[in-house]
Design a protein around this ligand. Structure first.
Ligand code: SF4
Length: 490
């Protein structure tokens, strides 16, 4: 059987569809993808509330049994069916929601995204095609997606949480493409593994689950790591230019950060622009605040006053140095699990950060957005919050502008790349993220909402891990600034 997933996988890359059928063992689902699947399932179930009281066709390995069950529900007069299955030849479509009307079927494809993206239209086109060919009249094909303008107050309002877009015409326009593509996919799936090289499609529209298997031969540091390289990397790769050494040997002229990546790799010497770093350091005013927020997002908001996919700050870490050379003070905030932490966090931050001095963040647009949103939401705290936002300066600047660049950064300027480049973890175990229970932003983001359903012991452990993680983020900034100071003093 060819499912919608097989078909859309083949649209991304034939090899992906083939591997999904024959070499599932090579698939690696990363945390982001797993989280996306979980959200998709949750949103799919929530959307059933738009049409309550329907009958569910249970997922079953026997797909014919699912289609038979669907047919018998329709024949017996059932008007709302969830997970309705339809088969045409060797094609199967399982529709999230089907409404049976006297004129025919309305089909609904539920997505956890926030707009009617092109890839969603391909999905529903496939469903529409198979249902129509299986002997039913499809009178309407609809896409259901999340409405980010909805703010929750009290009980969830499903009519507001979701947007329904009628894509009947759009989806029918793809029937011809599906008709011509299906025989190719069918033949490909019955043959040997297609010989397909790596390409842009490995990450677009989603990172492929076979990425590690297909990219195994590409070295850790390659032309794909050139700063903002985009499609050019594939052009190099197709000519056999894979490493940065290859770029150097072929005498390819690069500019800006890319040139520095190759130059520092060849010479082994870092780039240090003392004048610019000096100016940057001189622009900082004491007290110095090193600030980092953690936020989480929910497709279906749990708390009053929250929108779908709103970035909700739940934690911050703050290192403070009142005068040059003075001892550091550490402050932190972590919201109570199972609550909306925005107000308490905003109140705490105006107690912890004064109205003068520099607030250093790493990639400060994120911190600025969080502070401004809090100011918008809590007008009584706005003056102070906006001054804090106004006092922000960005520790990323000296690196992004390559006033300080060394080969170990490998073209990436995130704190997770800069810190180990400046302080090798073997010699600085206290600065090693890998030693932490939670060691990246994605995990932190997932941990806070999960705590609402954890046991007290699990909550305690998770809170400890979150605090350690966020604390290292601001301590890393302190250490990075120290390194910049050392560089200009040498
Ligand atoms: S990693 Fe790329 S080449 Fe390999 S299966 Fe996926 S999309 Fe195709």
């Amino acid at each position: 059987m060819i499912s919608k997933s097989n078909f859309t996988a083949a649209r991304q890359c034939y090899k992906r569809a083939w591997l999904s059928k024959y070499r599932k063992d090579l698939a690696e689902i990363d945390e982001n993808t797993r989280a996306r699947f979980d959200v998709g399932r949750m949103v799919g179930k929530a959307a059933r509330n738009l049409f309550p009281g329907g009958s569910l066709v249970n997922l079953n390995r026997n797909q014919q049994a699912m289609a038979d069950k669907t047919r018998s529900l329709i024949d017996s007069g059932c008007q709302i069916i969830y997970e309705a299955a339809f088969i045409f030849e060797d094609l199967i479509a399982v529709c999230d929601i089907v409404i049976v009307t006297p004129k025919g079927l309305q089909i609904y494809e539920v997505k956890s995204g926030t707009s009617a993206k092109d890839e969603y239209i391909t999905d529903i086109s496939y469903q529409n095609y198979v249902v129509s060919k299986s002997g039913y009249e499809v009178v309407q094909a609809n896409l259901v997606h999340i409405n980010t303008e909805y703010t929750r107050y009290g009980e969830l309002d499903y009519e507001q949480l979701f947007k329904i877009v009628d894509v009947t015409e759009n989806s029918e326009q793809s029937f011809e493409m599906i008709e011509s593509e299906v025989p190719i996919v069918r033949e490909m799936l019955n043959g040997n593994m297609p010989n397909i090289s790596i390409g842009k499609y490995c990450k677009d529209p989603y990172k492929c689950e076979f990425y590690n298997a297909c990219w195994e031969h590409v070295p850790d540091y390659s032309v794909f790591d050139l700063y903002r390289v985009s499609d050019k990397a594939y052009e190099y790769y197709s000519k056999g230019i894979v490493t940065l050494e290859d770029i150097h040997e072929k005498g390819i002229l690069l500019r800006g950060v890319q040139k520095q990546q190759v130059d520092t790799l060849v010479s082994g010497e870092p780039v240090i622009n003392k004048d610019e770093i000096h100016k940057f350091i001189n622009s900082l005013q004491y007290p110095l605040y090193f600030l980092d927020f953690e936020t989480f997002q929910e497709a279906i908001p749990s708390y009053d006053g929250c929108r779908a996919y709103e970035q909700i700050p739940f934690q911050y870490s703050l290192h403070i140095q009142n005068k040059p050379g003075e001892e550091l003070i550490h402050k932190e905030f972590l919201g109570k699990e199972g609550t909306n932490p925005k107000r308490t966090l905003a109140e705490q931050i105006i107690k912890d950060i004064g109205l003068t001095g520099t607030v250093l963040a790493y990639n400060m647009s994120f911190e600025a957005t969080v502070l401004k949103k809090l100011a918008e939401e809590f007008p009584d705290l706005a003056d102070h919050l906006l001054i804090v936002a106004n006092n922000l300066n960005d520790l990323l600047i000296p690196f992004r502008k390559t006033w300080y660049y060394c080969k170990e950064m490998k073209g990436s300027f995130s704190i997770k790349s800069t810190l180990p480049a400046l302080y090798p973890p073997e010699m600085n175990p206290d600065l090693d993220y890998k030693k932490l229970g939670i060691n990246n932003g994605t995990e932190a983001m997932a941990a806070f909402p999960k705590m609402a359903t954890m046991t007290p012991e699990e909550v305690e452990e998770t809170r400890k891990n979150l605090l350690k993680y966020c604390k290292l983020d601001t301590y890393a900034m302190v250490k990075v600034l120290e390194k910049l100071k050392e560089a200009v003093e040498q």
